[in-house]
Design a protein around this ligand. Structure first.
Ligand code: NOJ
Length: 537
């Protein structure tokens, strides 16, 4: 096995992640080197120079493991191998080594809640009778009602429909049901089974030994299930339900999940300078805080800013809650306004020119905050969600919602790199896995790189200042009074002031020297226009 050379990184700062700028690479859509229309690891490697230029510190790679791709890689059939669609282990090792050479760290997805139904464990489970050790790795139950024809409880899948599927019995009696909180092709593992725990430890060590800098843990509030699998109080009408997890929902946030995170942390602590960040969809600050106790996750994904509408009060509330949730824990708050499951910020904030202005403003707000930040690939180009034709939709959410929720693919369209027509340098073939809009030429990296007013230039400048300017030091914020529809905060130690105007009229700027603004300021420099954010010192 080729070991990634990470000497210069691993010997450095143990807690590099505390204020790192992470860049999420949705591997399918970043860059395609093989020419099959789907992004791959060699494609990522070929664009590392761009990421260095952008000024991020670390990459989060979405799943590239062996998978039938029902949920685009979040259905894993072998977590310790690379799917041929994306390359192989040698390409991965080269990517990691090259990234490290450039000072970029790499964290990878870990999907411990479920496997693919094509995983050899699940294949063995369906081939053996109820009660077998093979079935005990998943959550199988007999059905309820006459002949066991009803699911064991009322849980729904976050992708729509019931969270249970029934196996066909070869002997004519009722087949057992198995649990899948996502698609039926993603059976949930039974985390009470020590074999499941041991296998995850093997996976962790497999990638840590190769030199990865850490993990993004998928559904980190899932995995453990409450004893007796009690009914949900009220089945939630699902569809794009990822964002709809309630505190009283027994499917998630069971107490046992914390033992799993302690196990993961113990393993990570054996390796220097590694990090685990959990995808935690819990709406309660105290519940969130439990995930980032000193012996659990280093950091937790915090979706409050992503969920906030473009209104100063909502944004302030999101920031205050996020800081409160980690008060007293060693973890910094984390910030993001986007990922591969959410509508792109430009579209979410209203679309068109106004949506773009607001997304740029919110990027400055995000990057002004203390702690790690996550940027989703393509947001630095100001990409909107793409309108896709029905035939192109592949997300299981589309089918499972009875074709009522279009799913998450609008934010997953391949990135435009150069040129005036699809595939804009993303791939040698025009047959990209999702069609690319014909009017994306102006969004291409090449078109934005030298334009000082472009969104790409704004992000580059912001990332550079955030990393190099001493106004960004310190972890505490103080709030200033601000006109209605506006907010202003100051980084206490460094002195950076960030102002945001979400109202429809210009307001006067707080005093100070302007470091950066998300849009043009009037020539006298004294007013902050609507839909604009500014950094001052
Ligand atoms: C969360 C991931 O972000 C999402 O893309 C995936 O579909 C689910 N977990 C299931 O793994």
């Amino acid at each position: 096995m080729r070991r990634a050379d990470d000497r210069h990184l691993a010997s450095g700062d143990e807690t590099w992640w505390r204020d790192a700028a992470f860049y999420q690479v949705y591997v399918r859509s970043f860059a395609d080197a093989s020419g099959d229309g789907v992004g791959d690891l060699e494609g990522v490697r070929s664009r590392l120079g761009y990421l260095e230029l952008l000024g991020v510190d670390a990459l989060w790679l979405t799943p590239f493991f062996r998978s039938p791709m029902v949920d685009h890689g979040y259905d894993i059939s072998d977590p310790r191998d690379v799917d041929p669609l994306f390359g192989d282990l040698d390409v991965f090792d080269r990517l990691l080594a090259d990234a490290h050479q450039r000072g970029l760290r790499i964290i990878i997805d870990l999907v411990p809640n479920h496997t693919s139904n094509q995983h050899e464990w699940f294949q063995a489970a369906v081939a053996t009778p109820p009660g077998s050790p093979e079935r005990a790795r998943y959550i199988f139950r007999d059905g309820c009602g006459f002949g066991g024809s009803q699911p064991p409880n009322n849980w729904t899948s976050t992708f729509g429909g019931p969270a249970w599927s029934q196996l066909r019995s070869s002997t004519g009696d009722a087949g057992q049901w198995y649990l899948h909180l996502f698609a039926p092709e993603q059976p949930d593992l039974n985390w009470e089974n020590p074999e499941v725990v041991a296998d995850l430890e093997r996976t962790l060590r497999f990638w840590l030994d190769r030199g990865v800098d850490g993990f993004r843990i998928d559904v980190a509030h899932g995995m453990a299930k409450p004893a007796g699998l009690p009914d949900m109080p009220q089945p939630i009408a699902t569809g794009s339900g990822l964002l709809q997890i309630d505190i009283a929902d027994p499917r998630f946030d069971a107490d046992g999940v914390h033992d799993i995170h302690r196990m993961i942390r113990k393993v990570l602590d054996e390796y220097p300078a590694r990090v685990a960040v959990g995808e935690i969809w819990v709406s309660d600050d105290l519940a969130f805080a439990r995930y980032v106790r000193p012996d659990e996750l280093h950091i937790g994904f915090n979706f409050r800013l992503l969920e906030a509408t473009f209104e100063a009060d909502r944004v302030r509330e999101a920031i205050e809650h996020s800081l409160m949730a980690v008060q007293g824990s060693p973890a910094p708050a984390t910030w993001t306004i986007s990922n591969h499951d959410a509508v792109r910020p430009v579209t979410r904030y209203g679309g068109g020119e106004a949506g773009l202005k607001r997304a740029r403003a919110m990027t400055l707000v995000e990057l002004a905050l203390p702690g790690p930040v996550y940027l989703y690939n393509g947001d630095e180009l100001g990409l909107p969600n793409a309108e896709l034709p029905d035939w192109a939709l592949q997300d299981p959410v589309w089918r499972r919602s009875g074709f009522t929720h279009r799913g998450r693919e609008g934010c997953r369209v391949p990135l435009p790199w150069e040129g005036g027509t699809p595939p804009y340098g993303f791939s040698p073939t025009p047959g990209t896995w999702l069609p690319m809009p014909p009017d994306w030429a102006d969004y291409a990296v090449e078109a934005q790189l030298e334009d000082p007013g472009s969104t790409l230039s704004l992000c580059r400048q912001a990332l550079e200042l955030r990393k190099g300017h001493n106004a960004f030091t310190g972890s505490e914020l103080e709030w200033f009074g601000a006109p209605p529809g506006c907010l202003a905060f100051r980084r206490k130690a460094g002195g950076l002031i960030c102002g945001l105007n979400t109202s429809s009229t210009a307001v006067s700027l707080p005093p100070g020297e302007v470091l950066l603004a998300s849009g043009p300021l009037p020539p006298n420099g004294e007013a902050l226009p609507p839909d604009t954010a500014v950094w001052l010192v």
